[in-house]
Design a protein around this ligand. Structure first.
Ligand SMILES: [Zn+2]
Ligand SMILES: [Zn+2]
Length: 886
């Protein structure tokens, strides 16, 4: 099996930008969202991702990579303020991320509650946090059928992970922010053990190279030291968590080595960080070996010797700012508001002070703007502040640089790479660099850089494999073998097995639903039978458990369960229910049917039908059968011709029956018609006369001739209609064989052996059937649809010997499909119907119309010698084929 499936990737944020990460993955009806962050440069609603572009109730899960606000802070809004909670979506993050996220969000809520556009209440936050499912790195999580994921270490900050997501077999690696360099406390990002189809990777630094760790640490500590020496204050804006811990570890260690600095305080201005230290100490086991060995030696690296917390009194910033030289790590990192902003405004006018930007600064924030070293900047109160403070940038941000990122991207070996979390130009340069790298090596890797809301559709041609097990696997298959069995699909994996093995291998069992319908009815059993036979042909009548029963089309029992009560009983399936519905409609309409009235009240007589002897008395008597009940009987043929006459009279008024015996000289010849007429004129015929125009219907070949073309055509059309009307359902269902020209050819080419064809015939219901458990029913379904589709024209009169079927109504689907291949099929070219109809019975009695619309006549059988044997084929729109064999 193969099929085409499309993965849709939509960035609701972090598409060609850094901030408000939110990536939506949609595949095979599943929706997974990676990250839900805010944009630090904006506030309120504007800081959210474009959440209105997703129906959050359809989301299966949200995966948060790490606790940074640009990856996690929109989560509360989404879980509490959107219709996410109306769905079945779950939220996952690692244990440390959840622990820190709680503090981060409390801090975020506190910060934003001071402004008027708070996104949510503290209550919302509590609710959101409670619903988060914490997971461990390397743990395989099954979200719902078809969706699973595994987190892998991403470095970056405590608890950060990448997600390797599996949606219906498609593997996607979403990195989030990641680092490939082991720092003082974290492990580096891992390469997942298997190759994903799609890699969604951050591109924060694009093609930039970051300096080596030793080099930048040296530069950092020297810079701090020199600012202190010149009598200045050092401002290190940093986020409370993440890089701050790394910087503190570096400074603590440097101070330890430099006793002359011991009187210089290092302040860590964050209550949040104080709270989170407990989390850091809890999750030491997730950190690198450096930290773990120190911890094992009872030297807890997060118990700093030289770091002091700022006094918790109001206005501490001013106090510190006016005091002696010191180092202050203050949040937030982008200096939009808060302690870091306040300290900057206080220290900016003094040239002795120094500002060191240590992380990646997002566009639109003061941390980014100040790096251009402007003469002045605007304070929070709208005042202009001169900038004399020195500005340096030493990046400790734990993102990959070009070398690390390109190496990682190549190692992952995904066919599609999607760059996110990078500014447009930066991302563009990375894309160009990677593209040329792949081009050099002649590798076909697609690199995408979708913008926000620009949905990227990736098509995957998934070959789906079904495993054959149980009895089906007993014998090793040979090339070109056709295996047929029951296809069981579970969570996007497929198993093919013998229906008998179903319970053993899948724990599933088949069951049969028996439907029962009781009808109260005031008409007699025989009348019911007469109507059923009229509609369905032969019905089997007998006693079942002492109850008078008729079986309709072999599947539906009509039982006389009480005097004025019938019970319909059948095994439920799509086709059987259909039969039951029609039977029910028929039976409930019986007492209103004019035919019933006619049959039960007045003797039926007709002036024109030939030898209508059997119908001289049309009262229903106990064993009178509808002519449809036995399509082969003479009575039935006569009946049908009678009905045909009625039909034609209804359309054309009086018609005449012409018997060849009565008239030596064919009437048609007298009237000077062409020689075609001569062929049919020795058959019994109906003559339709309309003023001067005459049309003749030959009753054996059922061809129409005439001296007036418009009338001839009209008669032909009415005849077609009449033929479809006078045959019963079971006849049309069982004799209309689906013969598709292509199948037919294939079958002939493959083999003429019946066994092979029987096998093919078998395969159809089990693979097509609704559940495959009702093989018999499915067969009928297949058959029914086959005949209604219209088979290719076949020439059924070619070879008597080839027609081995029993009578048409008893033929089953398999037989009828086989027949055309046993016969040499003639692909009859479309012929004008008049020509086809002019053919003699001996040559061919089938008519063909435009192309595939020819009648399906495979089950037709010629029985030389049987008089007036008549087979009809119902074909709704096109020429039905009716053969009458003399
Ligand atoms: Zn981050
Ligand atoms: Zn980020």
């Amino acid at each position: 099996m193969s099929d085409q499936a499309t993965l849709s990737v939509t960035m609701l944020g972090a598409g060609q930008e850094v901030g408000r990460s939110c990536c939506v993955l949609q595949y095979r009806g599943r929706t997974i969202v990676c990250d839900a962050g805010v944009h630090p440069a904006y506030s309120g609603m504007a800081s959210l991702p474009f959440i209105d572009n997703l129906d959050w109730s359809t989301v299966d899960c949200i995966l948060i990579t790490h606790f940074h606000l640009d990856h996690a802070a929109a989560l509360t809004y989404i879980t509490e303020k959107t219709n996410f909670k109306d769905g079945k979506g779950k939220v996952y993050m690692t244990h440390p991320t959840k622990a820190v996220h709680k503090f981060m969000m409390q801090d975020f809520a506190r910060m934003s509650s001071s402004t008027s556009d708070a996104l949510f209440s503290p209550m919302d936050m509590e609710m959101s946090i409670v619903s988060i499912i914490p997971v461990s790195v390397h743990q395989l999580i099954n979200v719902c059928p078809g969706v699973s994921f595994t987190p892998y270490h991403a470095g970056h900050v405590l608890g950060a992970c990448m997600y390797l997501i599996d949606i219906a077999g498609l593997k996607i690696l979403y990195t989030g922010d990641y680092s490939r360099e082991e720092d003082r406390h974290l492990v580096k990002a891992e390469l997942p053990p298997l190759r994903p189809d799609v890699l969604i990777v951050e591109s924060t630094y694009g093609v930039h190279s970051l300096e080596g760790r030793d080099e930048k640490e040296g530069r950092f500590t020297n810079l701090v030291h020199s600012i202190i020496r010149r009598g200045g204050h050092v401002l290190l804006p940093a986020f409370a968590l993440g890089r701050a811990q790394e910087l503190l570890l570096i400074l603590d260690e440097y101070w330890k080595k430099h006793p002359e600095l011991h009187n210089v305080p290092i302040y860590y201005a964050s209550n949040l960080a104080k709270k989170c230290m407990a989390v850091y100490q809890t999750f030491i086991h997730t950190m690198n070996s450096n930290i773990r060995t120190r911890f094992a030696k009872r030297d807890n690296p997060f118990v700093f010797k030289h770091i002091s917390n700022v006094p918790s009194t109001r206005g501490w910033e001013k106090k510190i700012a006016e005091g002696p030289p010191c180092v202050v790590l203050a949040s937030p990192g982008f200096m939009q508001v808060g302690p870091s902003r306040e300290l900057l405004e206080l220290w900016a006018p003094d040239a002795r002070n120094g500002l060191i930007i240590t992380g990646y600064s997002i566009e639109g924030t003061l941390a980014r703007d100040i790096m251009t070293e402007p003469e002045e900047f605007t304070g929070l109160k709208g005042n202009t502040i001169p900038r004399k403070i020195s500005v340096d940038y030493i990046s400790f941000s734990a993102h990959v640089d070009y070398a690390q990122n390109s190496e990682f991207i190549q190692a992952v070996k995904a066919q599609h790479v999607i760059l996110v979390h990078g500014e447009q130009n930066t991302m563009g340069r990375l894309r160009a660099a990677m593209t040329s790298k792949y081009k050099e090596r002649d590798e076909d890797v697609k690199i995408h850089t979708p913008r926000n809301l620009e949905t990227l559709n990736l098509s995957f041609r998934g070959e789906r494999v079904a495993k054959a097990i149980g009895t089906l696997a007993d014998k090793a298959p040979q090339p070109n073998d056709v295996l047929s069995g029951l296809l069981v699909a579970k969570d996007y994996s497929y198993t093919l097995l013998d229906p008998r093995d179903l319970r053993d291998f899948t724990g599933l069992s088949t069951c049969i639903v028996t439907q029962r319908q009781r009808i109260v009815i005031g008409v007699g059993w025989d009348l019911i039978r007469w109507h059923l036979e009229g509609m369905y042909g032969k019905v089997e009548e007998g006693l079942h458990d002492g109850v008078l029963t008729m079986r309709v089309m072999g599947v539906l029992d009509v039982k006389q369960t009480a005097e004025h009560e019938l019970t319909l009983e059948w095994e439920s399936s799509a086709s059987n229910d259909m039969i039951a519905d029609s039977t029910l409609a028929l039976i409930t309409g019986v007492d209103k049917s004019p035919a019933s009235v006619k049959l039960t009240t007045t003797p039926h007589s007709h002036t024109h039908p030939p030898e209508a002897s059997t119908n001289g008395d049309s009262h229903i008597h106990p064993h009178q059968h509808h002519p449809h009940a036995d399509p082969d009987s003479e009575a039935s043929s006569v009946m049908r011709i009678q009905r045909l006459a009625m039909f034609l009279e209804a359309h054309f008024g009086e018609i005449e029956l012409h018997m060849p015996d009565d008239d030596e000289v064919p009437e048609a010849a007298e009237k000077g018609q062409d020689e075609e007429d001569a062929v049919t004129s020795n058959e019994p015929s109906f003559i339709v006369t309309l003023d001067e125009a005459i049309a003749r219907i030959a009753l054996l070949s059922l061809t129409v001739t005439g001296n007036h073309e418009p009338l001839r055509k009209r008669v032909e059309a009415v005849l077609d209609m009449a033929l479809t009307t006078v045959s019963s359902l079971s006849e049309s269902f069982t004799s209309g064989a689906p013969v598709d020209a292509a199948i037919e050819e294939a079958l002939v080419e493959k083999s003429k052996s019946l066994s092979l064809e029987a096998q093919d015939g078998d395969a159809a219901p089990t693979t097509n059937g609704d559940s495959g458990t009702h093989e018999g029913h499915s067969e009928e379904q297949a058959e029914g649809s086959g005949s209604s589709k219209n088979a290719a024209p076949t020439d059924s009169g070619v070879d008597d010997g080839a027609n081995e079927n029993g009578d048409a109504s008893a033929g089953v689907a398999m037989d009828t499909t086989e027949e055309p291949s046993a016969q040499a099929p003639t692909s009859s070219t479309p012929a004008p119907s008049s020509e086809a109809k002019a053919e003699t019975e001996e040559a061919s009695s089938s008519t063909s119309d435009e192309g595939p619309a020819g009648g399906a006549t495979a089950a037709e059988e010629e029985r030389p010698g049987s008089d007036n044997d008549e087979d009809e084929d119902e074909d709704d729109e096109d020429d039905g084929i009716l053969e009458v064999h003399a």
